[in-house]
Design a protein around this ligand. Sequence first.
Ligand code: FAD
Length: 457
Amino acid sequence: STNDSKSTSKKKVVAVVGGGLVGNLNACYFAKRGFQVEVFESREDILQAKIVKGRSINLVLSHRGRQTLKHVGMEDTIISKGIPMHSRMIHALNGTQSPIPYGKKGQYILSIDRANLNKELLSAAETYPNINLNFANKLLDWSTETGAMTFVRAEGAKEEIQADLIVGCDGAFSAIRKQFLRQSRFNYSQTYTPHGYLEFTMPPINGEFAMKPNNLHIWPRNTFMMIALPNLDKTFNCTLFMPFEEFEKVTTGDKVIEFFQKYFPDAIPLIGALLRGIFFRLPAQAMVSVKCSSYHFGDKCVLMGDAAHAMVPFYGQGMNAGFEDCLVFNEIMDQLKDFSAVLPEYTRVRVPDDLAMYNYVEVTYFILLTNSDVNSKWFLFRKYVDNFLHIIMPRTIIPLYTMVTFTRTRYHKVVKHWHWQDKVINQGLLFCAAVSVAGGSYLLQLWSRLQALKSPF
Ligand code: FAD
């Protein structure tokens, strides 16, 4: 480590703890700025390892993530291995499918293979001579006084390491964040959803995709839902989000079939022989949301990605927001060179933009996705109204999903604008309804008077 003068930032060492999606991309950002970067990852080198254990097989990549990849020259490589999804394909219980576009014509989100994305990010990191990748190095603890980090290696040996800046990218259960919890005025909360998720594969049929590939398929079923994202090998990765108590009821292969006959009959022939076993390969996984503030400790340590803000996956923003953290931090570094100024500024700018803070955004979207009753008809109607208004007033009325997914508008501004336009549109609709009721009753009165004039009596 170095204690050199602040102007010689090139010699400073940045330790990125956690070589997941955000950590590896972040390493490229710090390397590009000329720092010596040490990445410490508890797992083995996934470029060498056979089985990659991780969450969700594929992910939705959208604008914020793409912009972050673009800055380090990786956008095209990643997009070339993604599958564009232009609309949601809603599967009704009777098997009918209706597409709902994600945005305007030409706007789409991408289905990306998580393992491959991680490999591409690692390969990119390997091309920088000033990045060192240290696998099988698990952070045990670090000292807020000295900044020393203690790692344990695969063979059990412990080592102490110093750096000028520690970047905690070690995910929702961050070991770096543990030290923050001991500090006064640090806010922290973690919440598990009542829903778990289960993943399984829908194989190709006669070598082709079993369903239309350029859609994110959704089976909304009130309190739960199933989604399917396409993969390059023509399979679909299906995820069932459902309350744990519902999962617990499905205990045998026969019950799986019964369950699918009741809720997803059109998916039975598509999943085929694999269906019986899907509930028993792995248990349903839990989903956690984490909020905290601040994101930094002095000029020593900063949290990014899930370590700072884990959110439920319904909006497909966790990784995108984590990637955007790297971009925002980099933008601040452009203006303020010194870590003692950059870190508090990063907290000031980024904490209000934690989408997990706005639970209702995710909840609203979940209701939209899962409800098939009157509520969702209203949502659907509002969606059409919003889209129509967006076409005639593209700068004033922007659908929530569009702002989150296809722009870099700061999340807190998205939420503020959404509240404003929601109020305006609802008032407008109320006004239109009132005008048509008043107009209707006036015409009715006019008509009955005319009838009365015509009457012989
Ligand atoms: P992680 O991916 O968790 O990486 C953390 C890394 O740190 C890991 O490699 C881990 O091994 C390492 N590590 C942990 N502890 C230590 C330690 N003590 N020492 C050293 N290393 C350590 N996001 C989207 O944008 N779009 C989606 O469609 C989407 N879908 C999702 C679906 C599901 C089912 C789930 C669960 C999440 C989804 N997400 C999605 C969210 C996304 O997965 C996360 O936001 C993203 O993985 C966060 O990346 P990260 O690098 O911050 O953390």
